[in-house]
Design a protein around this ligand. Structure first.
Ligand SMILES: C[S@@+](CC[C@H](N)C(=O)[O-])C[C@H]1O[C@@H](n2cnc3c(N)ncnc32)[C@H](O)[C@@H]1O
Length: 384
């Protein structure tokens, strides 16, 4: 397996030293989407219980799988600013130490500061590349990988390292993007994302189709220029789209309605700006199951919603507006049904496993999603 180059690691370390995503304005943390997310992973009862809890995933872990266990030592992989392990540890009175590992020194400094500000003791942080990590033997009762595995290229070695570093009976918890590697979605997923994006009322979306994006020759040339300017990047996509739309209208006059792409692949841009992002994400499910045969896989959505909604949706959405609530309910139902039928794969998943005495063997996996279409989908992905 190719390990990332030093140049790529430097880009990753620099980006994540300063970048702390505002999850309240994304698919993961947007409050009106929370009940849908929790319900697809854990069912209706937990969705109702945690609908107002932004730490739902950490708290469900603490109150279900970790309940009654004596967790003394925690390792957090790709810990970033450390929020997840601080929350989990605060729910487990037996915790004595918590060690975070990340490549980004700026994030680790901030994690240290925040742990100290909360009066937490026993928290340590280490700057290291987890693709080349010296895993200790049987040192931890809990290993957290929150948004971590999908950043790691040496997945086989990392999963082996996790198994080695866990004590017998220890738990690994991962919450991951498991969709297309590098967000290079299949043509069908792109169609579904774009179709869904058109269901969003114009006042709730920044992205606009270009009036000439379905035509040929001169308009096609302008369209190319537009794409090139997006790739180079300085103004926001919305601003450029708006300006070019104005120019095109002035040249070609009013254009009839058509379905130009609203969402375009981010894969090329991502490879340059964040080279570890989703590097082998579409292999996580089967590699995790292979290493931890009794893993619990709780798949959840995002295959459409995480991409069809843009910044304006998160800014302008008004829960009290029935049109807004109606369209969000519609999109959640659409994504849920497409996943249930196997048309759309799981985009994210919560994966947990307990270290047993035996070596990994094939088979015996338990999971919470339909075996038929889902299993077919997994196989299709692996063949690609
Ligand atoms: C999506 S963030 C997750 C941060 C944190 N776990 C959370 O949930 O808030 C991904 C993190 O992976 C780290 N990372 C990426 N590649 C890494 C590598 N090879 N070794 C260690 N950390 C890495 C980044 O620096 C970044 O902090």
């Amino acid at each position: 397996m190719m390990k990332p180059s030093n140049a790529d690691l430097a880009i990753v370390a620099s980006k994540w030293s300063h970048f702390e995503p505002d999850t309240t304005r994304s698919f993961f943390g947007f409050a009106p989407l929370r009940p849908y997310l929790i319900e697809t992973a854990y069912g209706h009862a937990l969705a109702q219980k945690h609908k107002d809890n932004r730490f739902w995933a950490e708290d469900i872990l603490a109150s279900t799988m970790l309940r009654g266990r004596r967790i003394r030592h925690i390792l957090s992989l790709c810990c970033g600013f450390g929020e997840v392990e601080r929350r989990v540890a605060s729910r487990l009175p037996s915790v004595e130490t918590c060690h975070g590992v990340d490549l980004a020194p700026g994030a680790l400094d901030e994690a240290r500061t925040r742990a100290a500000a909360q009066g937490l003791t026993g928290f340590t942080y280490e700057c290291a590349d987890l693709n080349r990590y010296a895993w200790p033997e049987a040192a931890y009762d809990l290993i957290i990988a929150n948004g971590a595995l999908h950043h790691l290229a040496a997945l086989e070695q990392v999963l082996e390292g996790i198994a080695r570093a866990l004590r017998l009976g220890g738990v690994v918890y991962a919450n991951e993007h498991v969709g297309a590697s590098r967000l290079d979605h299949s043509p069908r997923q792109m169609e579904l994302i774009n179709a869904a994006a058109y269901l969003v009322p114009p006042e709730l979306r920044l992205r606009q189709p270009l009036p000439f994006s379905n035509s040929r020759s001169v308009p096609q040339f302008i369209n190319r220029l537009y794409r090139l300017s997006l790739a180079r990047g300085s103004l926001s996509a919305g601003a450029r789209g708006g300006a070019l739309t104005g120019v095109a209208r002035a040249i070609f006059g009013p254009t009839p309605f058509h379905f130009g792409a609203l969402y375009r692949s981010q894969a090329a841009k991502l490879a340059r700006s964040d080279p570890s992002e989703s590097i082998r994400s579409d292999e996580i499910l089967h590699l995790f199951r292979a290493r931890f045969p009794r893993a619990q896989i709780r798949a959840y959505g995002g295959g459409i919603l995480a991409y069809a909604l843009d910044d304006r949706f998160y800014e302008a959405y008004d829960e009290a507006n029935p049109r807004h609530r109606g369209v969000l309910d519609l999109l959640c139902a659409l994504e849920r049904e497409l996943m249930a039928s196997g048309e759309l794969g799981p985009e994210h998943a919560i994966l947990t496993a307990t270290k047993g005495p035996e070596r990994a063997a094939r088979g015996g996996t338990s999971r919470n999603y339909a075996a038929g279409p889902q299993a077919r989908h997994d196989r299709t992905r692996r063949r690609r």
